[in-house]
Write a protein that binds this ligand. Structure first.
Ligand code: SF4
Length: 78
């Protein structure tokens, strides 16, 4: 399990999550930030840091945001 960044990040890209992640597993893409699913230690620190509530544990990603699970993985070639 890993945390996943979803739709609200697009057009926001606040980067507060990057600053709080203890293992530096959040990377900047063209349109949003992405969490490396194998590097994330599931600490949850990024969730309250996000001003647009874009980050969810993988099992809690809303139904209409499920595509972002694959999008985060694809960004890293996984
Ligand atoms: Fe980083 Fe923790 Fe968020 Fe994973 S859950 S991306 S380790 S801050």
């Amino acid at each position: 399990m890993a945390f996943v960044i979803t739709q609200p990040c697009i057009g926001t890209k606040d980067s507060a999550c990057v600053d709080v992640c203890p293992v530096e597993c959040i990377y900047e893409g063209d349109d949003q930030f992405f969490i490396h699913p194998d590097e994330c230690i599931d600490c949850g620190a990024c969730v309250p840091a996000c001003p647009v509530s874009a980050i969810f544990p993988e099992e809690d990603v809303p139904a209409d945001q499920q595509a972002f699970i694959a999008k985060n993985r694809t960004y890293f070639g996984l």
